[in-house]
Write a protein that binds this ligand. Structure first.
Ligand SMILES: Cc1cc2nc3c(=O)[nH]c(=O)nc-3n(C[C@H](O)[C@H](O)[C@H](O)COP(=O)(O)OP(=O)(O)OC[C@H]3O[C@@H](n4cnc5c(N)ncnc54)[C@H](O)[C@@H]3O)c2cc1C
Length: 443
């Protein structure tokens, strides 16, 4: 198996599969990661890391986050979060290198710095050790934000500065909203502080420079007190979705990037590695299902990116002091109204078929009875713990939601479940477009 890209997603996937004895080659071109000197991982990520079997490796590659976290958001005051043990400070570069070293220790062949290019049905690797050719049954792109992409949110530029902090601000991390945008300022116990301003990406460079100056001038947190400020780099931080490449398994930022305000990109990358490891284990045993499994992973990633977008929108929605400013206007999109209950009768979309579907079962995917939507390729067996097939069977004849819940209660597969859960599953099927008003069945 060939993994191209040795950031958190690629390195963790290589590690997980090498532990299983899969022959993995991980290729990393070794260019510097373009964010601030620090990224953070919330303590809440720990449960996920334990579940993925990555907690020890990640804890050894990172360091405990010693910073007090606060926010100046929605009002001029600075609100400190309750101290929380278990958060991590990631020095990207060393962090990624340690994850790659752990993959190598588990048996993966790691080439860094190295380049890879397709050559017919083989791959040509070029690195410090010279050139080599290899064949791979599974090819993985964990290459981050490159490639052809569509925007999944407002165009945003992150301008990262280093500066000398005020001693009183030491050991803090503050997120701060101002009229021109918002910032993360990390002030470590020693050394320079980093401040990333996220501003409107549509501004031309001169206007953007003025916007950042205005942002520093109007800040009240640690960003306001930085001295000898130097721009380190400016990079595109727009949430994006990459085009699908059917024969390749893409993961992490190579599929979709989260809005930086949700600040869980590394957590998302590691969760994606764990999901992708189950996909690859299954694909190696069932090569005929490979593309279907890769598409399943992509849908999983896009679901996660959408969830992160929701988190970011909630944050933007909480800041109403600058509602008229262009940066904030573009980000406070109208919150979608709660699903309006369809009136009249519903029926199953005509694109659905009952068939065995692939669902996660521990370290692999297994076939269970379920439903597949030929319009989207989406396949599912359950909504939460409610099996979908008998719920759809309740709409064998067009029915109202209320009648269908009563009908479902007569089905042995559903009557043990609370009617409220069955009703909630029906609403989710309406949201998915799997239950449609009578007469609107999708072609
Ligand atoms: C300004 C900013 C601040 C952020 N702050 C945080 C934060 O505080 N916390 C957080 O969790 N997330 C944060 N993120 C998001 C986080 O950086 C990413 O989500 C995360 O790095 C994604 O991991 P990845 O492995 O998918 O991609 P990447 O980390 O981008 O890794 C991709 C790897 O592939 C390599 N590569 C690319 N192309 C090739 C090729 N052709 N051949 C070989 N190698 C290749 C690259 O060198 C890189 O090492 C931030 C992002 C930005 C932009």
């Amino acid at each position: 198996m060939l993994v191209v890209g040795g950031g958190p997603a690629g390195a963790a996937l290589a590690l997980l599969l090498a532990r299983d004895g899969v022959a993995v080659v991980l290729v990393e071109h070794g260019r510097a990661h373009r964010s601030g000197p620090f990224e953070t991982m919330l303590a809440s990520a720990r449960a996920l890391l334990v579940r993925c079997g990555l907690d020890d490796v990640v804890a050894a590659a990172a360091e405990p986050d010693p910073l007090r976290h606060g926010a100046s958001w929605g009002s001029g005051g600075l609100v400190w979060r309750e101290p929380e043990a278990g958060g991590l400070l990631l020095r990207r570069g060393p962090f990624d290198a340690r994850l790659r070293a752990a993959a190598a220790q588990a048996g993966a062949v790691v080439r860094c710095p190295a380049q890879v290019r397709a050559d017919g049905d083989a791959f040509e690797l070029r690195g410090e050790g010279g050139e080599e050719r290899l064949h791979a049954r599974v090819v993985v792109h964990a290459t981050g934000r490159g490639g052809v992409r569509q925007r999944h949110g407002p165009h945003t530029i992150a301008c990262t500065f280093l500066g000398e902090p005020d001693p009183a601000d030491r050991a803090t991390a503050v997120v701060e909203a101002v009229e021109a945008g918002w910032s993360w300022t990390h002030v470590p116990p020693q050394g320079p502080a980093a401040c990333a301003w996220f501003v409107d990406g549509a501004l031309d460079p001169a206007v953007r420079r003025a916007a950042v100056q205005q942002a520093f001038a109007s800040a009240r947190g640690p960003a306001a007190r930085l001295r000898d400020v130097q721009l380190r780099f400016a990079n595109d931080a727009t949430p994006t979705v990459a085009d699908a490449v059917p024969a390749v398994l893409s993961l992490g930022d190579a599929v979709a990037t989260a809005d930086p305000l949700s600040s869980q990109g590394v957590e998302k990358a590691l969760a994606a590695a764990e999901h992708a490891a189950a996909i690859v284990r299954t694909a190696l045993g069932e090569p005929a299902c490979t593309e279907r499994l890769f598409a399943l992973h992509r849908r999983w990633e896009l679901g996660l990116a959408t969830a992160h977008r929701g988190t970011a929108q909630q944050w933007y929605g909480r800041e109403d002091r600058f509602a008229a400013a262009p940066f904030w206007r573009a980000r406070t999109v109208a919150v979608p109204s709660p699903l309006s209950l369809p009136e009249g009768h519903l029926q199953a979309a005509s694109t659905l078929t009952m068939q065995p579907v692939l669902v996660r079962n521990g370290a692999r995917f297994a076939r269970v009875d379920g439903v597949r939507d030929s319009a989207t390729g989406d396949e599912r067996s359950h909504i939460g713990y409610v099996p979908i097939a008998p719920v759809l069977a309740a709409f064998a004849l067009p029915r109202s939601l209320g009648d269908a819940v009563r009908q479902a209660g007569t089905d042995a597969r559903l009557f043990v479940l609370p009617p409220r859960a069955v009703h909630a599953a029906m609403l989710e099927l309406v949201r998915l477009g799997w239950l449609v008003p009578t007469g609107l069945a999708r072609a």
